[in-house]
Design a protein around this ligand. Structure first.
Ligand SMILES: Cc1ncc(COP(=O)(O)O)c(C=O)c1O
Length: 432
């Protein structure tokens, strides 16, 4: 008789992860108050709720200024423009990230140069950054992901040696701290996303933080149709766009920010508990936590899988079987951006690429291995439950290891879908 749920056995767990997003009367009242006020939009900028949120969000990350905006892509675009990146410039980006770290670079007329990540953190490799610097390099975008932050000491040293500006992509790092400094407050600017799945959310939304008043004024002009703020004394006139956030979103984010520190602490505790147990499972490797990460933000709990310890079952088989046991996780959560179907670039539409598609030749072995072979990404809400939930997850993993014969022979449509990339699955879903 089968034991594994993927073959018809009894799953370890039948209820899903704790629901996300989390909300209560704070969000209900916040939305109702904005509704009743009739003051719904982002103009004048920043509007009332947006200003409250900006001040609190900046404070929470030890930054002087925050600019709430529509999402965590235009944040990067505005920050790049504010630090003066433009046509023909090169910007160094980790290969292992979401496509939106790199697409704003193209949007401002510059060229993303992809470099590898470190195997112990999956974040930007500072030595690879240094090797990729050329005469046109202007900036670098470290991305804080996989429960870690990029080594900001090393990144800032490389940047200082070569006169580069640093924009931190903190889409996964709300509330994280590096040596007590908030994510996004160490470089010239930090970019945050508040899209549905993120650690705090208004469905969509974003924020830029900075300590530099000139960068602040330029960003806020850029996202507000080019208008100068009341405090702007720099007098730069620029062509701007409307990337403002609504009052509904900002009011929800005020409530979400109140909840963030408690949720981060809970996730941190559950992650530590899970790491202690996974360290005992042969064939799994937990990413070590850097001592300089003084507050951890966990958007995805990430560990490495080695098929040899599971009878040779590749990651897609493991993931499909784990999902059947009640624990859905992802494998190719990100692809190296230069290989992603979401990053298909027509050089004719980006004149800066004429004669060179730099990433066509790029190979980043650590990112490739992480994406296609070894990394497993557990959603953060899985860490918002009890220790018993974590015990059940570990029990499911041990069950798969104890039944590798079944794991290797399982036939299930889930296996096919688990072996495809997100882009591949999205394309397939569209075709249906
Ligand atoms: C690393 C990273 N950067 C940027 C973004 C873009 O954020 P948004 O979806 O809010 O535009 C995301 C969103 O998934 C992300 O994960």
């Amino acid at each position: 008789m089968s034991r594994l749920a993927i073959n018809g056995g009894t799953p370890v767990r039948t209820q899903g992860y704790p629901a996300w997003p989390v909300f209560d009367d704070r969000e209900r009242q916040a939305v109702a108050q904005v509704l009743e006020s009739g003051n719904w939009g982002g103009y004048p900028f920043p509007n009332c709720q947006a200003k409250i949120f900006a001040d609190r969000f900046a404070g929470a990350h030890n930054a002087r200024f925050a600019i709430p905006v529509a999402n965590g892509t235009v944040t990067i675009e505005a920050a790049l423009r504010a630090i003066g990146v433009g046509p023909g410039d090169e910007v160094i980006v980790p290969a292992f990230t979401f496509e939106a770290t790199a697409s704003p670079v193209l949007q401002v007329g510059a060229i993303p140069v992809f470099v590898d990540v470190l195997p112990e953190s999956y974040c930007l490799d500072p030595a690879a950054v240094e090797s990729a610097i050329g005469p046109r390099t202007r900036a670098v975008i470290p991305v804080h992901l996989a429960m870690n932050m990029a080594d900001m000491d090393a990144v800032m040293q490389v940047a200082a040696r070569h006169g580069l500006k640093v924009i931190e992509d903190c889409a996964h790092a709300h509330g994280a701290k590096w040596r007590g400094k908030g994510a996004g407050s160490i470089g010239e600017a930090g970019s945050f996303s508040m899209q549905t799945t993120k650690l705090m959310t208004a469905g969509e939304g974003g924020a830029i933080i900075t300590n530099n008043q000139e960068v602040f004024e330029l960003c806020q002009s850029y996202v507000n149709c080019g208008r100068a703020s009341e405090t702007d004394k720099f007098g730069h006139r620029i062509l701007g766009f409307n990337y403002r956030i609504t009052e509904f979103q900002a009011a929800i984010l005020v409530a979400q920010l109140e909840r963030l520190p408690g949720q981060n602490r809970l996730r941190e505790a559950r992650a530590a508990y899970l790491s202690r147990q996974l360290a005992e499972v042969d064939g799994l490797e937990v990413l070590p936590r850097d001592d300089r990460l003084t507050s951890q933000a966990i958007y995805r709990y990430v560990f490495k899988y080695r098929a040899e310890a599971f009878g040779g079952a590749d990651r897609s088989r493991f993931l499909a079987a784990l999902e059947a046991e009640g624990f859905a996780c992802e494998g190719a959560f990100y692809e190296p951006v230069y290989r992603s179907a979401l990053f298909e670039i027509d050089p004719e539409k980006f004149p800066q690429l004429e004669g060179r598609l730099p990433w066509a030749r790029v190979r980043c072995p650590v990112a490739e291995k992480a994406a296609y072979v070894e990394s497993i990404w557990i959603p953060h809400e899985a860490l918002l439950g009890s220790e018993n939930d974590i015990d059940a997850l570990v029990e499911a993993i041990r069950k798969l290891q104890a039944n590798t014969g079944e794991l290797l022979t399982a036939h299930n449509p889930l296996i096919e879908s688990k072996s495809m990339s997100r882009a591949g699955r999205a394309n397939k879903a569209k075709q249906k």
